[in-house]
Ligand binder design. Structure first.
Ligand SMILES: [Zn+2]
Length: 119
């Protein structure tokens, strides 16, 4: 395996661990019993918006975790760095900057333009 790909894989694995640790921390914090005792209404509102934030954060973490997992899987399959749009190789510099990407810059730009048109 290419040493630069190997470095990306290590980075992805570290990122995966980081997401899991953070998610665990968020859950542990959320489950603290004192958060359930609201001395007044303004505290209750704060706690509820905190909870909403945690749920959204978890949603983002889950999505990122999925992307990271898929990128690691692609490295293991040997399909990592192949653009899903055009089948061309994605430049290593782009992969190093954004390992979870599945599109080359041209296809990504095109996708973003298409999304703008749909709005
Ligand atoms: Zn492409």
């Amino acid at each position: 395996m290419d040493s630069r790909i190997l470095a990306i894989k290590k980075k992805l694995e570290a990122q995966r661990q980081e997401i899991l640790t953070e998610a665990e921390h968020a859950i542990t914090t959320d489950l603290k019993p004192e958060r359930e005792n609201f001395p007044d209404l303004s505290d209750q509102a704060t706690a509820e918006s905190d909870r909403g934030f945690l749920i959204r954060l978890r949603g983002r973490e889950q999505m990122l975790l999925k992307k990271v997992d898929e990128a690691i899987q692609r490295i293991e399959d040997g399909t990592f760095g192949i653009c899903e749009g055009c089948g061309e190789k994605i430049p290593i510099k782009r992969l190093e900057a954004r390992p979870v990407t599945t599109l080359c810059i041209e296809c990504k730009t095109k996708q973003e333009e298409d999304e703008k048109l749909r709005e």
